[in-house]
Write a protein that binds this ligand. Structure first.
Ligand SMILES: NC(=O)CC[C@H](N)C(=O)O
Length: 392
């Protein structure tokens, strides 16, 4: 049992002044960020370590958090990225065969301020009614401030719209993820790390892809230096409207005719490279039970989501009709069944596609893992074309 059990006061304050009182969880102090709610019943460790949650105060709607402790396998990066954690009922004693520690101790070690004892479903309903906003958690001595002082601290925090965050989370140095022993290497892919989750290169590598993970600031020459058969852009935090360098890089990739696959932030950047706009959703999609229609098969998938922005479809609600772009027609390949948000793009004249959600899951259902196979099919098709061209 963790050593903190003398309850210390904590307060969650939203930027519109709505206040929730609870108990300190994790490190003591003050933290601010964008308030977002995540609806997964499992997967808290993956969420906390997903770099896409950088600068966000995550509210968990599942009432009981910490039950299975923390372990060495479920982290998606080397650190906790969330700015703060809001939960209802913390598990007092983790229990799982893989558990190597207590969640609250882990947060304390990571210096992440949290709050427990909050009616997280009430917070969620509030965010759904009023839309995305900033929040602060104030615990220990910081909880003694007046509400006005706390609201001031919250409203001094930067908003997510206009935030360029990829450079804050990306790897400093390139590294390679190779196929596991016994899996022959069939392709090389350059993966731009905009906040990549560990499971993504692992799933690519499992399919015989040697993955060069590159910093987000990489140039097209640095991408080409890996001699890639294809290029991948990862998930990541921040506003896609700010990522001009990455959009320019992606246009060079499309101009060169290299196969491209993007996930989440990578999907938004494909949209931008094609000339489509992006916008901020009222309160975002974050959870692991989001229904998505794959229009190419008519199949509905249950999928993992974590996005606050989305692609603006030129004709409003995305239909079957392709949109014209400088790179030829693009289709909305996948659509969210809850709210008609664009969840995937598929180009017809260049070998490029992307999804707004998370086929790597981690956490979440595996319905969408076939998208990694689609990328392999695209790489295979492209290589055959190149071979034919070389022989001609
Ligand atoms: N997981 C992601 O890649 C998120 C993309 C982007 N930061 C958004 O919130 O929409």
């Amino acid at each position: 049992m963790s050593e903190h059990r003398i309850p210390k006061e904590a307060v969650l304050v939203l930027e519109d002044g709505r206040t929730f009182r609870g108990e300190a969880y994790g490190a003591l102090g003050t933290t601010v960020g964008e308030a977002v709610f995540a609806t997964g019943m499992t997967g808290y460790q993956e969420t906390l370590t997903d770099p896409s949650y950088h600068r966000q105060v995550v509210v968990m709607t599942a009432p009981h958090i910490g039950n299975t402790g923390i372990n060495a396998e479920d982290r998606e990066s080397e650190r906790v990225w969330v700015a703060g954690l809001v939960i209802r009922d913390p598990a007092l004693r983790p229990s799982n065969w893989r558990s190597r520690g207590d969640l609250e101790d882990g947060l304390r070690r990571a210096g992440v301020v949290g709050i427990s004892g909050v009616d997280t479903r009430a917070v969620t309903l509030h965010l759904r009614d009023r839309g995305a906003m900033r929040a602060g958690i104030f615990s220990g001595e910081a909880a003694a401030a007046t509400r006005e002082e706390m609201v001031r601290t919250v409203t001094e925090a930067p908003v997510m719209t206009g935030a360029a965050l990829a450079a804050e989370v990306t790897t400093q140095h390139p590294y390679v993820v190779s196929p596991p022993e016994g899996t022959p290497t069939r392709f090389t892919v350059a993966a731009l790390d905009l906040g990549i989750k560990g499971r993504t290169p692992a799933l690519l590598a499992a399919r015989g892809i040697r993955v060069h993970v590159l910093p987000s600031t990489s140039t097209f020459e640095e991408v080409l230096a890996t001699q890639p058969d294809g290029v991948f852009f990862s998930n990541g935090p921040g506003d896609p409207a700010t990522a001009d360098h990455e959009v320019g890089l992606l246009r060079s990739v499309l101009d060169a005719g290299l196969p491209f696959f993007g996930i989440c932030f990578g999907n938004q950047l494909l949209g931008r490279a094609l000339g489509l706009g992006t916008y901020k959703l009222a309160f975002g999609h974050r959870g692991i039970n989001q229904p998505v229609l794959d229009r190419s098969t008519g199949r509905v998938e249950v999928t993992a989501h974590n996005h606050g922005f989305a692609i603006a479809w030129p004709q409003g609600v995305p239909t079957d009709q392709a949109a014209d772009t400088p790179y030829g027609p693009v289709r909305c390949s996948h659509v969210a069944l809850n709210d008609d948000v664009v969840e995937g793009l598929s180009c017809e004249q260049v070998p490029a596609f992307s999804v707004q959600y998370h086929p790597e899951a981690a956490a979440g259902p595996h319905d969408a893992e076939y998208l990694f196979d689609r990328f392999v099919d695209m790489l295979t098709g492209h290589q055959q074309q190149e071979d034919t061209r070389a022989q001609a």
